[in-house]
Design a protein around this ligand. Structure first.
Ligand SMILES: Nc1ncnc2c1ncn2[C@@H]1O[C@H](COP(=O)(O)OP(=O)(O)OP(=O)(O)O)[C@@H](O)[C@H]1O
Length: 952
């Protein structure tokens, strides 16, 4: 007999008014009686296994099962009232048709329960992000505590999870912001996982860079370390022994970092000994480099995020009701103050971070943060920083070694500050291992042979410049510097010669530290004795880098070292590995494919490309692809050169049918007497169907064969990726399978349409498609947001906003809408009314389909309309006729940081060339594109006044 099921509740669960019916059903379910509550199993595209029970004639209970160890529990998610599945929190966008749901079997449900990594038995309330989570006591207390809050926690302590859950509770305009673009995007995905929506909230998820762009898009690009070091190498002879890494850190973390303004030379010279990397006698030379740095930025159209923050200060207005800042240690004081300047109420913020993970140059300290905020008496009353000490990510041994490293750092240098003075406790069941491997060729070659086949192992080096040596041994594409590895995690991590290449530095770290004093349960606070001792600053990068590197491993760490007797290994209590070779199962092609996509999303293009080049090794397909240049060549051949035979005409006709270009078919009929083209409307469905045949099937073997040979992003003869073709064919299962393999949602055809736009077009033309597969396709394919450059600002449209759907609709329709709508450039309200009426309510709620709502939506997004939330998307061409406005740009997917005018993104020039009948219309629209440059931003790199009389 199975144990009774425990009952847990989702934090948003509310049986309001149905308590008695709920209690009865819950009791039966807990006893494993699924029959009397008529439990049915539902399938959800993203959530996985969900069940519904009958509460009464019209109301239903939605639940899932979770387990921890031997214990299984019911997780009560939601009461669905009056059969209204469409407005369900967890089923939104999912298809629930009564014929397709089946009776549920309790034994199978137990087997398929979702594992909970952590579950203190006293807690019954469960949060749901991408997965169900039971908070620990600190997380729970902080979740309930009022803002402002500053929360500190080691790697994997659940900061991001807590910050996001907290954010969900707050109404109004809210912002999640962090330095890394990847983390901002990842946080947004976690937040909206399972289609979470909060009524009455507008949430923005921005990287710090995006945030700046929402105020004004800077010219040029950010100066990276690589740019800086190449420049510095050229000027180093006359910079009096200043080290490149140190001056980079000094400029970014000290000279330009203060909220009050860039330090002038006098103020810089007067800094205390612990406030600068450089001793008093080096400051003049250091400042001189800074002055030259500014000229260099200007000359090369580079920008620096701190200098930009100073310049942007006058632009920032109160805009947000609440702000969450994650990984706050990656931001400087000026950057922080620029974010907080956008708050409507100064105390409405929560910050999270970990000072032990600083590998970006910024001189961060919690004391500085505290003084920045708590100096404000409105914020300070009774506030302390809160510390999260559980580790939900790493195994026990990895956590132990990471803790020892923190202890060593503290013994050697004293506590950095009270706030970072903690050790962490692993909560998972995994033991894991940390071992030393010999840096000797035969052994390492054998190791390389094993791990280079696996996505489970990554190799880390301290700095970018150490990669070359590691590459001589390790051929895995998963090779990272510590900077790059921040925020990543892998089951197994190989650290290549961290200690052996910096023997003396790491040995100095161990001076005076006794092994017997290590291995404790907690750190006691201890200040350094000598205030002038700046050795921590010199070693900070090395210790923190090692800490970050070790904590990337979920399971095990291998330190490849030539010096097994290094004192740090002894202090960390890490042993050599016994002779047993490491044997690793090879990862599948699919795993590599997914890994490449994951890395690409994280901005790790070098490693993603290495996977494609060295492991996937795909080749170009042998067929001609109907992209813009191919179609142009065909047009030239058929209409200009008037090539003999029908082959070219046939190909063009197929293209015209597939891409809804009746005008092109008409030309074929008239200019080439191509008779099939006279029956365009009748022929079109046949051609489309034939072209999509293999994407419409239930068996995908043929598709997988093509993907293996030509890659997941290869183009079909109709210039679609397999994902686009599957979307157009309405094949939800294939779309899911392709996404699971890592297919890109953002690939576009030559008219700027991605898979979501293609599905949307199809839904506008085919009512059956709209009602059947489309809701699931939209939920799977539509990106969470669209970035537009409107004039000189970044405007991000979020998926739940009406403006988002308006823009996506226009993008899917213009310029040559599906056949029955004709050419769409300028459009009236009626067009939107007609096409939205075809879509199910689950995608466009009924109130948004009404003419009056649409009129309002168009009017309030018109460039000249005075309205606070106007996104300025449209221009009124004449009474009632709108057009996308002329200062509207989209991100160029192929050129990072660049924007393309919407007419270019849509390739209107191409269309203009091959649709002569519409040339004048296209020309009129193309003429709207501004030929002049954008208005220039305020001077992003103002030369500080001191440079006039400062040292040169
Ligand atoms: N209470 C919890 N129970 C189980 N898992 C949890 C809990 N809280 C967080 N996690 C999981 O632990 C992992 C790490 O959490 P999260 O990313 O929030 O930590 P973090 O402190 O922000 O880490 P880092 O500083 O390394 O980015 C995530 O997979 C998250 O879902």
């Amino acid at each position: 007999m199975d144990q009774p099921l425990q009952i847990l509740m989702y934090t948003g669960f509310d049986p309001g008014g149905l308590e008695r019916a709920y209690a009865k059903v819950a009791e039966a379910l807990a006893q494993g009686d699924f029959h009397s509550a008529q439990v049915k199993k539902l399938r959800h595209a993203t959530y996985g296994k969900l069940y519904r029970a009958r509460l009464n004639d019209s109301d239903r209970l939605l639940f899932s099962l979770v387990k921890h160890g031997e214990q299984t529990a019911l997780l009560m998610l939601e009461v669905i009232r009056q059969h209204d599945y469409a407005s369900s929190r967890f089923l939104r966008g999912a298809e629930v048709s009564p014929e397709k749901i089946q009776d549920a079997d309790p034994a199978e449900a137990r087997r398929e329960a979702t594992p909970l990594r952590y579950w203190p038995k006293t807690r019954t309330s469960i949060h749901v992000l991408d997965k169900p989570l039971s908070f620990d006591d600190t997380q729970a207390a902080l979740f309930a505590a009022p803002a402002p809050l500053i929360l500190v926690g080691g790697a994997g302590s659940g900061k991001t999870a807590l910050l996001l859950e907290k954010l969900k509770t707050i109404p109004g305009d809210v912002l999640y912001i962090t330095h890394s673009a990847y983390l901002a995007e990842h946080a947004r995905e976690l937040y909206y996982a399972h289609d979470f929506v909060r009524e009455g909230q507008e949430a923005a998820f921005l990287s710090y860079r995006d945030y700046l762009e929402t105020w004004r898009i800077p010219e040029g690009r950010e100066a990276s370390w690589r740019d800086f070091s190449a420049w510095f190498a050229r000027i180093r002879q006359n910079s009096k022994g200043i080290d490149a890494h140190q001056i980079f850190e000094e400029i970014r973390g000290v000279i330009t970092a203060r909220a009050e303004g860039v330090l002038d030379f006098e103020a810089y010279k007067a800094l205390g000994i612990r406030q600068s990397i450089f001793a008093a006698d080096q400051r003049e030379a250091a400042y001189d480099v800074f002055v030259r740095y500014q000229s260099w930025l200007k000359d090369h159209r580079f920008f620096d995020l701190n200098l930009l923050a100073h310049a942007w200060k006058p632009l920032v207005q109160p805009r947000y009701d609440f702000v969450v800042i994650d990984e706050v240690q990656d931001l400087t004081a000026i950057q922080l103050s620029l974010v907080l300047a956008a708050l409507r109420k100064p105390e409405a913020f929560v910050l999270g971070g970990d000072a032990n993970q600083i590998v970006h140059p910024n001189f961060f300290s919690w004391a500085q943060i505290k003084s920045l905020f708590w100096a404000d008496s409105r914020l300070s009353a009774g506030r302390e920083l809160q510390v999260l000490t559980h580790n939900f990510r790493n195994g026990r041994t990895v956590t132990q070694v990471a803790n020892r490293l923190l202890e060593i750092k503290q013994q050697r240098f004293g506590s950095i500050d009270r706030e970072s003075n903690f050790l962490v406790e692993a909560v998972g069941d995994l033991a894991g291992a940390v071992q030393v491997l010999d840096d000797a060729r035969p052994g390492l070659s054998a190791l390389n042979q094993q791990i280079s086949k696996s996505t489970q192992y990554a190799v880390l080096v301290l700095r970018e410049e150490d990669k070359a040596a590691a590459r001589a041994i390790f051929t895995t594409p998963l090779l990272f510097s510590v900077q790059e590895a921040k925020g990543l995690e892998y089951p197994h991590i190989v650290l290549y010669r961290f200690l052996s290449d910096h023997r003396a530095t790491f040995a100095a770290l161990c001076e005076g530290v006794r092994k017997d004093d290590l291995g404790g349960k907690a750190l006691t606070f201890r200040r350094t004795k000598d205030k002038g001792d700046r050795s921590l600053d010199a070693y900070k990068f090395f210790v923190n880098a090692l800490y970050v590197a070790i904590t990337r491993a979920v399971d095990s760490v291998y330190l490849v070292e030539s010096d097994h007797n290094h004192p740090l290994l002894n202090l960390l209590d890490v042993q050599g590995r016994a002779a047993a070779p490491i044997v690793v199962p090879a990862s599948s092609r699919d795993d590599w494919q997914k890994e490449a996509r994951k890395l690409e999303l994280q901005g790790k293009l070098e490693q993603a490309e290495a996977i494609r080049a060295s492991i996937l090794q795909t080749k170009a397909p042998p067929w001609p692809v109907a992209n813009a240049s191919h179609v142009e060549a065909l047009i030239q051949k058929v209409f200009v050169e008037r090539a003999v035979g029908n082959k070219g005409s046939q190909q063009l006709f197929e293209y015209a049918a597939f891409y809804d270009a009746p005008e092109l078919a008409e030309r074929l009929a008239q200019e080439r007497q191509f008779s099939l083209a006279r029956h365009f409307v009748a022929q079109r469905p046949r051609i489309v169907k034939a072209r999509l045949a293999s994407y419409s099937r239930h068996h995908f073997n043929e598709i997988w064969n093509d993907c293996d040979r030509y890659g997941l992003e290869h183009r079909t003869p109709m210039n679609q990726t397999p994902l686009m073709a599957a979307a157009r064919a309405g094949n939800v299962a294939l779309v899911e399978a392709l996404l699971e393999k890592g297919a890109r949602r953002d690939s576009c055809d030559h008219l700027g349409r991605n898979a979501a736009h293609i599905a949307l077009r199809e839904a506008f033309t085919d009512p059956e498609f709209a009602q059947a597969g489309f809701p699931a396709l939209w939920s799977l394919l539509a990106p969470l947001g669209i970035d537009l450059r409107i004039n000189d600002r970044l405007v991000r449209l979020e998926k739940h906003q009406a403006e988002y759907f308006l823009f996506q609709t226009l993008w899917a329709l213009i310029p040559n809408a599906p056949v029955d709508y004709g050419l769409v450039l300028g459009f009236r309200r009626g067009l939107l009314e007609r096409v939205w009426a075809r879509l199910p309510d689950i995608v466009v709620p009924p109130n948004r389909k009404q003419g009056s709502y649409i009129s309002g939506l168009l009017a309030r997004n018109e460039v000249n309309r005075d309205y606070a939330y106007n996104r300025r998307l449209l221009v009124r061409a004449q009474q009632g006729v709108y057009l996308l406005q002329s200062h509207l740009y989209l991100r160029d997917p192929d050129r990072e940081g660049e924007w393309r005018h919407w007419t270019q993104a849509h390739n209107l020039e191409f269309l203009q060339a091959h649709l002569p009948a519409y040339r004048s219309t296209f020309k009129a629209v193309l003429d709207l594109a501004p030929h002049t440059e954008m208005p220039s931003p305020p001077d992003a790199n103002p030369a500080p006044k001191a440079s006039d009389d400062g040292p040169r």
